[in-house]
Design a protein around this ligand. Structure first.
Ligand code: FAD
Length: 240
């Protein structure tokens, strides 16, 4: 019995090769809907977005507007997870008019600097109609000839395109400041701060570390007399 040869590359592989060759040579190539169609048909999804925070949801909105229906994969059991986890007193520190997602203004009733819960509700509503896969952390993404293979918590997933929108401040960083070892109290990162009431009576032995937006609002909540215990980190910007 003769074995059949499969040396002829698939249509999708040829399309990918053409696009890659064009990118390498800086030539302009017309990518037709038929071409993206053949690539997408070999994959589970045309576009997967990892992360359902403001950036991931904004990307999903724009991609939907362009005629695709991306799948948004989120490790938490709801959208806007980082905002749900932030401290109870948090408000946007940018005006409502400059902080909205594309295509949907933040309602006027939320005030100029919306509270955390209002902003979460706004993002929740914004995500209505989007395809979400929640409680699915993506552990790994690998390149293949035709796209990407993602390894989320449950099952595998292939996609022609992947948008990473996992945020820039997921990992709290506590600098190794001199004297930390000999400090007798509790040291927490600003991301762990929840409610000023939890700190009642403990102002004398707590040190809070953090920077930028998180720290500024925490400092407003800690009584002024105790702000010597709060340390604003001066982390070196990533671009230096
Ligand atoms: C305390 C604080 C206050 C801020 N206030 C403002 C403000 O007032 N105005 C402003 O313009 N900006 C503000 N920012 C900055 C920025 O706008 C927000 O941090 C915003 O939430 C960033 O959106 P994002 O979608 O990039 O990331 P995130 O909101 O962090 O969303 C990332 C999402 O990805 C998910 N994720 C992460 N890893 C994985 C994985 N491996 N698999 C699946 N899902 C994953 C996370 O669960 C999360 O839902 C603030 C930041 C902080 C920390």
């Amino acid at each position: 019995m003769e074995s059949s040869s499969t040396s002829e590359p698939s249509a999708a592989a040829q399309n990918v090769a053409r696009v890659r060759a064009s990118a390498a040579s800086k030539e302009t190539v017309l990518i037709t809907p038929a071409m993206t169609g053949t690539i997408a048909r070999t994959m589970d999804e045309h576009v997967v977005i990892v992360g359902a925070g403001p950036a991931g949801l904004a990307a999903a909105w724009a991609i939907r507007r362009a005629g695709h229906d991306p799948l948004v994969v989120e490790q938490a059991d709801a959208v806007a997870a980082s905002w749900r986890d932030r401290h109870y007193h948090l408000r946007l520190n940018t005006h409502r008019a400059f902080s909205h997602q594309p295509g949907a203004r933040i309602p006027r009733r939320c005030g100029p600097y919306p509270a955390r819960d209002d902003y979460v509700a706004y993002l929740q509503e914004y995500s209505a109609g989007m395809r979400l896969r929640l409680s699915a952390r993506v552990h790994r993404i690998d390149r293949t000839d035709e796209g990407w293979v993602l390894a989320p918590d449950r099952g595998g997933l292939t996609a022609a395109h992947v948008v990473i929108a996992t945020g820039s401040d997921a990992e709290p960083v506590l600098p190794d400041w001199p004297g930390l070892d000999s400090f007798g109290g509790t040291v927490i990162h600003a991301g762990q701060f929840r409610n000023v009431a939890e700190m009642a009576g403990q102002e004398h032995n707590r040190r809070i570390a953090g920077r930028a937006a998180g720290m500024t609002q925490v400092m407003h909540r800690v009584p002024a007399a105790r702000q010597d215990k709060a340390t604003r980190g001066r982390a070196r910007p990533a671009w230096r």
